[in-house]
Design a protein around this ligand. Structure first.
Ligand code: 2HA
Ligand code: ZN
Length: 270
């Protein structure tokens, strides 16, 4: 199969459309960012003519995902180019029953490997699936204003969330559960993977201070929308943070939005 037909596979085409958009949003400079999506056999197997013989070793336990397929971006690849070379920039893993290995079903051509943040992705999938059986997507990016905010705003999850809720009316509708915040930690490590997954028990969005954000969802559109909304609110915050703020949404107004839409804001945060 050549790369043109690879791009014609619906799930690959959808992922390429998202990576193109994320790049255009300015969220994924150079090789920044990574995405993974749990897919079904029907999404990919009908298109696979020849399975690769490669197996990779995992440094963490993925046994809860045994047998599942994960479409994931490759390490070192540029989001700017994913849609041009999907067969190199993407790959599909199948987790093996021992929990410590995955076979490469397809992609990662040219001896590529999955993202350096695979542990954060896999551990997050395991946790989010327990919260919501329809969960599918983990998305990591470096949105400028959210990262900027981690330098000038305190890192309390409650305060960070309330600031975002108050800077953009729709945020409380999009992430009523709030945003988890991790202090700076070494990226690409199992330690940050474990810490991120722990936060994902409560949140669908987790900020990594001075680095970026992890968002999750039942679809690529939903995860993208979460990041987009949080980043928009952070943009408004950064544009107003150095001024004297003389008007602000009140807690009562936020509560009225939540009541109007029937969403439950994080308990005790309003
Ligand atoms: O290199 O974004 O966190 C990709 C990254 C690492
Ligand atoms: Zn990153």
């Amino acid at each position: 199969m050549n790369s043109n037909s690879f791009s014609d596979i619906p799930i690959i085409a959808e992922l390429c459309r998202i990576t193109d958009n994320m790049y255009r949003m300015g969220w994924d400079e150079r090789n920044g960012g990574n995405i993974s999506i749990l897919i079904d056999e029907d999404d990919i197997m009908p298109y696979v003519r020849e399975k690769t013989e490669r197996t990779i070793e995992l440094s963490f336990d993925a046994s809860p995902l045994s047998g599942r397929l994960l479409l994931v971006t490759a390490t070192g690849h540029y989001f700017r180019n994913v849609s041009l070379t999907p067969e190199n920039s993407l790959g599909v893993l199948r987790f093996l029953p021992d929990g410590r290995h995955a076979e490469i079903i397809w992609g990662f051509e040219g001896d590529g490997r999955p993202t350096s943040e695979l542990s954060s992705h896999v551990m997050t999938h395991i946790v989010r699936l327990k919260q919501d059986g329809d969960h599918r997507v983990v998305m990591h990016a470096h949105p400028t204003n959210l990262v900027a905010m981690t330098f000038v705003h305190n890192l309390s999850e409650k305060d960070f969330t309330r600031t975002l809720w108050k800077r953009h009316t729709e945020c409380i509708m999009v992430f009523p559960d709030g945003i988890g915040v991790l202090p700076w930690m070494l990226f690409g490590s199992d330690t940050i993977g474990l810490a991120t997954a722990e936060k994902m028990k409560q949140f669908r969005l987790v900020v990594w201070a001075y680095h970026g954000i992890f968002g999750t969802g039942n679809s690529l559109d939903e995860a993208f929308g979460l990041l987009e909304c949080a980043e928009k609110a952070a943009d408004i915050y950064m544009k107003t943070a150095s001024f004297t703020v003389i008007n602000e949404m009140t807690d009562e107004q936020l509560k009225s939005i939540a009541a109007h839409l029937g969403v439950k804001p994080h308990q005790g945060w309003l």
